[in-house]
Design a protein around this ligand. Structure first.
Ligand SMILES: Nc1ncnc2c1ncn2[C@@H]1O[C@H](COP(=O)(O)OP(=O)(O)O)[C@@H](O)[C@H]1O
Ligand SMILES: [Mg+2]
Length: 265
């Protein structure tokens, strides 16, 4: 995304680590999806308490897509998002990110992949209280060792990108829910991820604020070429996406590309 600091100005950003013997972290080969799930299962717990949340998910996502994931409560949407976001691992099956077999990475390698390539937004905003918007947005850069001045500049740009220029010193308590979610989105994109993963980002917002957040996600997708994966159970919010993937009982039940996407129909 060109409107925030070019990658070269950020901290060293190594390609995702490749386990020995893998084909490595070379740029995605032509025709290869950014994300590929194959027969992914997830079992929580064990013995008589075991619960199979995912029962064999196959999903390909190309760079630049805007995908909404829908489905009933308990159908495995968050489980799939956590796996895609390297916050959790499949019980069986394969997850390739840019051709790298994520399930073969160590915990550290996965954490690095996550910090370098992925941004997260949650329903509950998850901002630090009594901490300014600017400092909240700077956090991921702090973890990456980006020096102060550069951090401030990047965080300011990210806040401006989400429409919060001038709100840098405000704490979450001084911001509306919609503004807090914007701060969370700025924090997610400040490290210039390839993919933004948002799990019910409008779940705590009213309809008007939800639409604004969806418009922001659409703009980030269209203008900044960020691949967006978003869970929602509201059809109106899903209509902003180009493609809607429906989960039912831990599998992909339908996968539809919409003709009139973008909330403009
Ligand atoms: N950490 C966990 N331990 C045990 N069961 C879980 C855990 N997380 C989710 N589940 C169960 O897995 C199923 C899928 O959950 P989830 O992926 O959160 O669904 P969704 O996001 O579609 O509502 C649900 O039945 C849920 O209760
Ligand atoms: Mg969920």
């Amino acid at each position: 995304m060109s409107s925030v600091l070019p990658r070269s100005q950020l901290a060293p950003s190594p390609a995702p680590p490749a386990p020995a013997g893998s084909k490595g972290a070379a740029p995605v080969a032509t025709g290869e999806p950014l994300i590929r799930l194959r027969r992914v299962t997830k079992v929580y717990g064990s013995g008589s308490a075991a619960f199979q949340a995912l029962r064999g998910v196959d999903l390909d996502i190309d760079a630049g897509e805007f995908v909404a994931i829908m489905g009933p409560s308990g159908s495995g949407k968050s489980t799939a998002m956590n796996i895609l976001g390297c916050l959790d691992t499949p019980t069986t099956g394969a997850y390739e990110f840019r051709g790298v077999a994520v399930q073969n990475l160590t915990r550290d390698q996965r954490a690095r992949l996550r910090r370098r390539w992925l941004g997260f937004v949650f329903q509950g905003f998850n901002l630090l209280a009594r901490t300014s918007a600017l400092e909240n947005v700077e956090l991921p850069l702090l973890y990456r060792g980006v020096p102060g001045e550069q951090r401030h500049a990047a965080a300011r740009q990210a806040l401006a990108l989400v429409g919060l220029a001038g709100w840098e010193t405000h704490t979450p308590a001084e911001l509306s829910g919609g503004q807090q979610q914007r701060v969370a989105i700025a924090r997610a994109i400040v490290s210039e991820p390839a993919v933004l993963l948002a799990d019910e980002p409008t779940g705590n917002l009213d309809t008007a604020r939800s639409r604004e957040i969806m418009e922001l996600l659409r703009d980030l997708n269209e203008r900044n070429q960020i691949t967006v994966l978003m869970v929602t159970h509201e059809a109106e919010m899903a209509s902003y996406a180009r493609r809607i993937v429906h989960f039912v009982d831990g599998v992909v039940d339908s996968d539809v590309v919409q003709r009139s996407a973008g909330g403009r129909s």
